[in-house]
Design a protein around this ligand. Structure first.
Ligand SMILES: *Cc1c(COP(=O)(O)O)cnc(C)c1O
Length: 239
Protein backbone atom coordinates (compact mmCIF):
# COMPACT_ATOMS: atom_id res chain seq x y z
CA UNK A 1 0.00 0.00 0.00
CA UNK A 2 1.38 3.44 -0.89
CA UNK A 3 2.11 5.98 1.78
CA UNK A 4 -0.93 8.00 0.66
CA UNK A 5 -3.22 4.98 0.90
CA UNK A 6 -1.95 3.95 4.31
CA UNK A 7 -2.44 7.47 5.72
CA UNK A 8 -5.96 7.67 4.27
CA UNK A 9 -6.80 4.20 5.54
CA UNK A 10 -5.64 5.04 9.07
CA UNK A 11 -7.54 8.35 9.13
CA UNK A 12 -10.67 6.70 7.80
CA UNK A 13 -10.48 3.88 10.34
CA UNK A 14 -10.10 6.36 13.18
CA UNK A 15 -13.08 8.42 11.99
CA UNK A 16 -15.22 5.30 11.60
CA UNK A 17 -14.21 4.13 15.09
CA UNK A 18 -15.24 7.46 16.56
CA UNK A 19 -18.57 7.34 14.70
CA UNK A 20 -19.21 3.86 16.06
CA UNK A 21 -18.22 4.87 19.60
CA UNK A 22 -20.48 7.94 19.56
CA UNK A 23 -23.35 5.85 18.19
CA UNK A 24 -22.86 3.31 20.95
CA UNK A 25 -22.82 5.99 23.66
CA UNK A 26 -26.21 7.19 22.46
CA UNK A 27 -27.73 3.76 21.79
CA UNK A 28 -27.82 4.27 18.06
CA UNK A 29 -27.00 1.95 15.19
CA UNK A 30 -23.76 3.18 13.56
CA UNK A 31 -25.24 2.16 10.20
CA UNK A 32 -27.80 4.95 10.61
CA UNK A 33 -25.03 7.54 10.36
CA UNK A 34 -23.71 8.41 6.93
CA UNK A 35 -20.15 9.65 6.62
CA UNK A 36 -19.95 12.32 3.92
CA UNK A 37 -16.28 12.78 3.06
CA UNK A 38 -15.78 16.46 2.30
CA UNK A 39 -13.30 16.70 -0.55
CA UNK A 40 -13.41 20.45 -1.23
CA UNK A 41 -9.68 20.85 -0.39
CA UNK A 42 -8.61 17.36 -1.43
CA UNK A 43 -6.40 16.70 -4.41
CA UNK A 44 -7.69 14.30 -7.03
CA UNK A 45 -5.43 11.44 -5.99
CA UNK A 46 -6.70 11.76 -2.41
CA UNK A 47 -10.26 11.50 -3.70
CA UNK A 48 -9.34 8.48 -5.78
CA UNK A 49 -7.66 6.98 -2.72
CA UNK A 50 -10.79 7.36 -0.60
CA UNK A 51 -12.94 5.79 -3.31
CA UNK A 52 -10.50 2.87 -3.50
CA UNK A 53 -10.97 2.45 0.26
CA UNK A 54 -14.71 2.10 -0.22
CA UNK A 55 -15.89 5.64 0.52
CA UNK A 56 -18.88 6.38 -1.71
CA UNK A 57 -20.45 9.52 -0.20
CA UNK A 58 -18.51 12.62 -1.21
CA UNK A 59 -19.31 16.26 -0.44
CA UNK A 60 -18.21 19.38 -2.30
CA UNK A 61 -18.93 22.94 -1.33
CA UNK A 62 -18.60 24.62 -4.73
CA UNK A 63 -21.21 23.75 -7.36
CA UNK A 64 -18.67 24.03 -10.18
CA UNK A 65 -16.22 21.62 -8.54
CA UNK A 66 -19.06 19.22 -7.72
CA UNK A 67 -20.11 19.10 -11.36
CA UNK A 68 -16.61 18.73 -12.76
CA UNK A 69 -15.59 16.05 -10.25
CA UNK A 70 -18.81 14.15 -10.79
CA UNK A 71 -17.68 13.73 -14.38
CA UNK A 72 -14.27 12.39 -13.29
CA UNK A 73 -15.59 10.02 -10.64
CA UNK A 74 -18.98 8.63 -11.51
CA UNK A 75 -19.95 5.22 -10.15
CA UNK A 76 -19.96 4.34 -7.30
CA UNK A 77 -19.89 7.89 -5.91
CA UNK A 78 -22.92 9.65 -4.46
CA UNK A 79 -22.39 13.42 -4.51
CA UNK A 80 -23.52 15.86 -1.84
CA UNK A 81 -23.54 19.62 -2.29
CA UNK A 82 -22.75 21.16 1.10
CA UNK A 83 -21.90 24.77 0.18
CA UNK A 84 -23.86 27.79 -0.91
CA UNK A 85 -25.92 27.33 -4.07
CA UNK A 86 -26.71 30.36 -6.20
CA UNK A 87 -29.98 30.25 -8.06
CA UNK A 88 -28.23 30.38 -11.43
CA UNK A 89 -26.30 27.17 -10.60
CA UNK A 90 -29.36 25.05 -9.82
CA UNK A 91 -29.77 23.65 -13.33
CA UNK A 92 -26.31 22.03 -13.67
CA UNK A 93 -26.30 20.79 -10.07
CA UNK A 94 -29.68 19.02 -9.94
CA UNK A 95 -28.78 16.07 -12.16
CA UNK A 96 -25.60 15.25 -10.19
CA UNK A 97 -26.24 16.06 -6.53
CA UNK A 98 -28.04 13.26 -4.69
CA UNK A 99 -28.57 15.58 -1.72
CA UNK A 100 -28.25 19.36 -1.45
CA UNK A 101 -27.49 20.20 2.20
CA UNK A 102 -27.37 23.95 1.88
CA UNK A 103 -30.72 25.35 0.80
CA UNK A 104 -30.96 28.62 2.68
CA UNK A 105 -33.97 30.57 1.36
CA UNK A 106 -37.48 30.17 -0.03
CA UNK A 107 -36.33 31.86 -3.23
CA UNK A 108 -33.82 29.06 -3.72
CA UNK A 109 -36.43 26.41 -2.87
CA UNK A 110 -38.78 27.93 -5.44
CA UNK A 111 -36.05 27.90 -8.05
CA UNK A 112 -35.14 24.26 -7.33
CA UNK A 113 -38.83 23.33 -7.53
CA UNK A 114 -39.28 24.92 -10.94
CA UNK A 115 -36.11 23.41 -12.45
CA UNK A 116 -37.02 20.02 -10.94
CA UNK A 117 -40.41 20.17 -12.62
CA UNK A 118 -38.80 21.10 -15.92
CA UNK A 119 -36.24 18.27 -15.72
CA UNK A 120 -38.71 15.74 -14.35
CA UNK A 121 -36.59 14.98 -11.27
CA UNK A 122 -37.29 14.83 -7.52
CA UNK A 123 -34.25 16.35 -5.81
CA UNK A 124 -33.66 15.74 -2.10
CA UNK A 125 -32.73 18.86 -0.19
CA UNK A 126 -31.93 19.88 3.36
CA UNK A 127 -32.69 23.30 4.82
CA UNK A 128 -29.60 25.00 6.19
CA UNK A 129 -30.48 26.68 9.47
CA UNK A 130 -28.48 29.35 11.26
CA UNK A 131 -29.46 28.19 14.73
CA UNK A 132 -26.98 30.43 16.52
CA UNK A 133 -27.86 33.58 14.62
CA UNK A 134 -24.26 34.38 13.72
CA UNK A 135 -24.23 37.19 11.19
CA UNK A 136 -21.50 35.63 9.09
CA UNK A 137 -23.57 32.55 8.39
CA UNK A 138 -26.00 31.54 5.69
CA UNK A 139 -29.16 29.75 6.57
CA UNK A 140 -32.76 30.21 7.57
CA UNK A 141 -33.45 31.93 10.87
CA UNK A 142 -35.57 29.50 12.93
CA UNK A 143 -38.47 31.96 13.44
CA UNK A 144 -38.66 32.61 9.69
CA UNK A 145 -38.83 28.90 9.00
CA UNK A 146 -41.51 28.29 11.61
CA UNK A 147 -43.65 31.21 10.47
CA UNK A 148 -43.61 30.01 6.88
CA UNK A 149 -43.57 26.28 7.53
CA UNK A 150 -46.73 25.65 5.55
CA UNK A 151 -44.89 26.69 2.39
CA UNK A 152 -42.76 23.56 2.77
CA UNK A 153 -45.79 21.33 2.30
CA UNK A 154 -46.56 22.99 -1.03
CA UNK A 155 -43.60 21.61 -2.99
CA UNK A 156 -44.52 18.76 -5.33
CA UNK A 157 -41.16 18.00 -6.92
CA UNK A 158 -38.37 18.68 -4.44
CA UNK A 159 -38.25 16.66 -1.22
CA UNK A 160 -37.39 18.46 2.01
CA UNK A 161 -35.54 15.61 3.63
CA UNK A 162 -34.24 17.32 6.75
CA UNK A 163 -32.14 20.10 8.24
CA UNK A 164 -28.47 21.05 8.23
CA UNK A 165 -26.42 23.34 10.41
CA UNK A 166 -22.86 24.42 11.03
CA UNK A 167 -22.05 24.82 14.70
CA UNK A 168 -19.94 27.77 15.79
CA UNK A 169 -16.20 27.15 15.73
CA UNK A 170 -15.23 26.47 19.32
CA UNK A 171 -12.25 24.93 21.09
CA UNK A 172 -14.27 22.48 23.12
CA UNK A 173 -16.75 20.40 21.07
CA UNK A 174 -19.09 20.38 24.08
CA UNK A 175 -19.74 24.03 23.34
CA UNK A 176 -21.22 23.03 19.99
CA UNK A 177 -23.79 20.76 21.63
CA UNK A 178 -26.53 23.40 22.12
CA UNK A 179 -26.53 24.15 18.39
CA UNK A 180 -27.08 20.46 17.60
CA UNK A 181 -29.82 20.18 20.20
CA UNK A 182 -31.49 23.27 18.74
CA UNK A 183 -31.47 21.78 15.24
CA UNK A 184 -32.98 18.52 16.46
CA UNK A 185 -35.71 20.34 18.37
CA UNK A 186 -36.47 22.58 15.40
CA UNK A 187 -36.89 19.48 13.27
CA UNK A 188 -39.47 18.10 15.74
CA UNK A 189 -41.37 21.38 15.81
CA UNK A 190 -41.42 21.64 12.02
CA UNK A 191 -42.42 18.00 11.56
CA UNK A 192 -45.47 18.62 13.72
CA UNK A 193 -46.77 21.34 11.40
CA UNK A 194 -45.81 20.09 7.94
CA UNK A 195 -47.48 17.50 5.73
CA UNK A 196 -46.50 13.90 5.04
CA UNK A 197 -44.76 15.01 1.86
CA UNK A 198 -42.07 16.72 4.00
CA UNK A 199 -40.11 13.80 5.48
CA UNK A 200 -37.56 15.82 7.50
CA UNK A 201 -35.78 12.62 8.54
CA UNK A 202 -32.19 13.78 8.14
CA UNK A 203 -30.02 15.91 10.40
CA UNK A 204 -26.78 16.92 8.70
CA UNK A 205 -24.55 18.16 11.50
CA UNK A 206 -21.04 17.55 12.75
CA UNK A 207 -17.67 18.29 11.14
CA UNK A 208 -14.09 17.24 11.94
CA UNK A 209 -14.01 19.10 15.24
CA UNK A 210 -17.41 18.19 16.65
CA UNK A 211 -18.91 15.15 14.93
CA UNK A 212 -18.88 12.93 18.03
CA UNK A 213 -21.14 15.36 19.87
CA UNK A 214 -23.37 15.81 16.80
CA UNK A 215 -23.93 12.05 16.61
CA UNK A 216 -24.85 11.95 20.29
CA UNK A 217 -27.49 14.58 19.49
CA UNK A 218 -28.98 12.73 16.54
CA UNK A 219 -26.93 13.51 13.41
CA UNK A 220 -27.76 11.18 10.52
CA UNK A 221 -25.13 12.70 8.21
CA UNK A 222 -21.71 13.94 9.34
CA UNK A 223 -19.63 16.06 6.98
CA UNK A 224 -15.96 15.39 7.59
CA UNK A 225 -13.08 16.90 5.65
CA UNK A 226 -9.80 17.84 7.30
CA UNK A 227 -9.68 14.91 9.73
CA UNK A 228 -9.62 12.46 6.80
CA UNK A 229 -6.65 14.19 5.24
CA UNK A 230 -4.48 14.72 8.32
CA UNK A 231 -0.85 14.22 7.47
CA UNK A 232 -1.28 14.75 3.74
CA UNK A 233 -0.57 18.44 3.30
CA UNK A 234 3.17 18.08 2.73
CA UNK A 235 4.26 16.57 -0.56
CA UNK A 236 6.56 14.14 1.19
CA UNK A 237 3.58 12.14 2.36
CA UNK A 238 2.34 11.50 -1.13
CA UNK A 239 4.80 9.07 -2.63
C1 LIG B 1 -15.63 22.31 4.79
C2 LIG B 1 -16.95 21.93 5.31
C3 LIG B 1 -17.09 20.80 6.13
C4 LIG B 1 -15.92 19.96 6.59
O1 LIG B 1 -15.15 20.66 7.50
P1 LIG B 1 -13.91 19.97 8.26
O2 LIG B 1 -13.76 20.81 9.47
O3 LIG B 1 -12.77 20.04 7.33
O4 LIG B 1 -14.31 18.58 8.58
C5 LIG B 1 -18.37 20.46 6.54
N1 LIG B 1 -19.45 21.18 6.17
C6 LIG B 1 -19.36 22.27 5.39
C7 LIG B 1 -20.59 23.01 5.03
C8 LIG B 1 -18.10 22.68 4.94
O5 LIG B 1 -18.02 23.77 4.15
Amino acid sequence: MSNLQSILAANLASVRDRIAAAAERSNRDPDDIVLVAVTKYAELDWVRGLIDLGVTQLGESRPQQLVSRSELFSEPVTWHLIGHLQRNKVRPVLPVAALIHSVDSFRLLDRIESIAEELGVSPRVLLEVNVTGEESKNGFAPPELLQQAERLSGYRHLIVDGLMTMAPRVDDPEQARPAFVALRELRETLAAVTGDNVPLGELSMGMSGDFDVAIEEGATLVRIGSRLFDGLSDDGART
